[in-house]
Design a protein around this ligand. Structure first.
Ligand code: AMP
Length: 443
């Protein structure tokens, strides 16, 4: 006899239904009221960045995992611990959900021959990225980034332009420039970085007993990242660590000096932070972060820098580039704290219908109103007039239209002013003109 296992149905493992109805850890739904903020952010980005001649470009969410292994660096936290990878069923191809935008944009730049376009190619992107991090306040496993890149030119003017555009974007969103802090550093090039890393390693080796186990590990795998350590135990050692700026080669020093000079001439203030190195291996020369200053602790809103070798590393020509990525959720949370009020447009008119004949007419009338650009809402699933009037009030409509059995028979419709309560009955075919007249009067 065929037995059905207690735990399975059609050979599928039993599903914990409660779990089924929960998002994966560290991920969340973006509900309609929240999406207003995401939209506002994207619209502000579009207005600001397109004015600065950046154009939108969206690489796919899935890329070959090796693009990130190679591009971001196999010893970075992102690649080592945080990437969501999968193997496709048919081709057995290893893909990864993008943990950041830059590597994908660089691939797109090369694959689409953008190196033949007038340089620099200035692009922006907006969408979700995925990192399997430990979820905590302001840190998710799926979060949105707004990403800006300027590819194909090594001029310090482009580093400054990216920082300027980032700052203007945040100010256009409503941030006050006094509450933003730009920290900046230079982490050199292939020529001067090895010299600095040697000095840094030597210094840390002399202080092994005063640093955390993570730092001891980083010292072997990725010494520059040691400066990123937030462990209190390492604070003293970190503060006295050699400063990269003392080790920059002439080209890198000149580049950095030029970036700072331009920022000065633009009146953009910044703080030199000798411990700023960023968590991705591709950065060269300028690195920076934009924080919202806060008594309870600064909040990193954006981070970026130059990545002059990445295009070549991924198989393209020698093309320098610079970019920045913003954490959208953090900005959305800040906008809410600032009490930035955003709402969906309210319908100007609410259509109330009573009875089958009216319902049929109502459908046609709704479309007629929308075609005439009059925003309208209705409850075609309801028959009860009381609840429909309540809804007309709730949505804040200026006028409601009432279409009952008698009105349909007479070819008439009632128009009711929701503020004064006054109502009049008018011929059905004059409704658009009448409404337009009334709405003009209310504006
Ligand atoms: P990164 O791509 O690591 O340079 O990060 C750029 C920005 O993305 C940061 O400044 C944060 O605002 C934001 N960010 C990074 N990781 C997360 C995360 N796990 N959850 C939410 N936002 C994040």
């Amino acid at each position: 006899m065929l037995m059905r296992s207690k735990n399975t149905q059609n050979n599928l493992p039993r599903v914990n239904k409660r779990r089924l109805l929960q998002t994966p850890r560290g991920m969340k739904d973006i509900l309609p009221e929240d999406f207003l903020y995401y939209d506002y952010l994207l619209q502000t980005a579009k207005k600001t960045l397109e004015f600065y001649n950046f154009r939108r470009c969206e690489p796919p969410i899935l890329e070959k995992a090796d693009l990130y292994n190679k591009g971001i660096g196999s010893n970075t936290d992102i690649v080592e611990k945080e990437m969501y990878t999968l193997k496709t069923k048919e081709e057995g191809e290893f893909l990864a959900l993008r943990p950041e935008y830059t590597a994908g944009i660089v691939r797109a730049y090369v694959e689409n021959g953008m190196f033949n376009w007038p340089q620099p190619v200035k692009l922006y992107s907006f969408g979700p990225v995925f990192r399997h991090e430990k979820p905590q306040a302001g840190r998710y496993r799926q979060f949105y980034q707004l990403n800006i890149e300027s590819l194909g030119d090594s001029s310090p003017a482009l580093d400054a332009e990216i920082i300027l555009a980032a700052k203007v974007f945040l100010e256009n969103l409503g941030f006050n420039h006094n509450e933003l802090e730009i920290s900046i550093n230079s982490i050199g090039c292939h020529k001067c970085r090895p010299i600095y890393i040697r000095a840094l390693t030597k210094y840390y080796q002399q202080h092994l007993k005063d640093i955390c186990t993570d730092c001891k590990k980083r010292l072997k795998t990725n010494p520059l990242r040691i400066l990123d350590c937030k462990n209190a135990k390492c604070k003293n050692v970190k503060e006295k660590a050699p400063n990269f700026l003392d080790f920059l080669c002439d080209d890198c020093r000149n580049h950095f000096k030029n970036v700072l000079d331009i920022l000065d001439s633009l009146g953009i203030s910044y703080v030199l932070d000798k411990t700023l190195v960023r968590g991705l291996d591709y950065y060269t020369r300028t690195v920076f972060e934009i924080k919202k200053k806060d008594k309870a602790g600064d909040l990193a809103l954006a981070g970026g820098g130059r990545y002059d070798y990445l295009v070549k590393l991924l198989g393209g020509l020698d093309r320098p580039a610079v970019g920045v990525a913003f954490g959208v959720e953090r900005i959305v949370d800040e906008l809410k704290l600032m009490k930035k009020k955003l709402e969906y447009p309210k319908p100007k008119v609410f259509l109330i219908q009573i009875g089958d004949a009216a319902k049929k007419q109502a459908f046609i009338l709704l479309e007629k109103l929308r075609k005439a650009n009059i925003s309208v809402e209705s409850n075609l699933e309801k028959d009860n007039i009381k609840s429909q009037i309540k809804n007309a009030d709730r949505v804040g409509a200026l006028y409601s239209l009432i279409l009952g059995q008698q009105e349909v028979l007479d070819g008439m419709i009632i128009i009711k002013d929701m503020v004064s309560g006054l109502q009049e009955t008018i011929p059905f075919d004059r409704i658009i003109d009448e409404l337009k007249k009334h709405l003009k009067e209310t504006i």
